[in-house]
Design a protein around this ligand. Structure first.
Ligand code: AMP
Length: 114
């Protein structure tokens, strides 16, 4: 999508600190980390949010979660655990309208979800 920040990051038009990439997903460090480790996993195919998941195939959608787990492994989060967060829409304060998952860890996280 022409005017989408994450599409531009995936295309290499905007720099990112890449962690992992495969056919369906791209993962990079969040520019404003909310935990010691904070990585974003984005679908390479553009769809605005999880409510529009029908824009993705099951394989493309599942790849997002698999990449979250892969990233956690790569960054040494698996043993102690981590959180996967998806913000969907206005009430969740989603700021970038391209489906993505936050992988948060590297420290004990708040018991509260928000
Ligand atoms: P959300 O609020 O769920 O839409 O998450 C969007 C995330 O994108 C926020 O955590 C931002 O800090 C992050 N972000 C925005 N611009 C960039 C960028 N250029 N590189 C990396 N992360 C970004």
């Amino acid at each position: 999508m022409n005017d989408c920040l994450f599409c531009k990051i995936i295309a290499g038009q905007i720099p990112s600190n890449k962690v992992y990439e495969d056919e369906f997903t791209y993962a990079f460090h969040d520019i404003a980390p909310q935990a010691r480790v904070h990585v974003l996993v984005v679908s390479k195919k553009h769809t605005p949010d999880a409510a529009h998941n029908e824009d993705l195939t099951d394989q493309e959608l599942a790849a997002c979660i698999r990449t979250c787990a892969r990233v956690a492994d790569l960054l040494g989060l698996t043993e102690d655990g981590y959180r996967i967060v998806n913000n969907c829409g206005e009430n969740a304060c989603q700021s970038v309208k391209h489906i993505h998952f936050h992988v948060l860890g590297g420290e004990k996280l708040s018991e509260k979800m928000a």
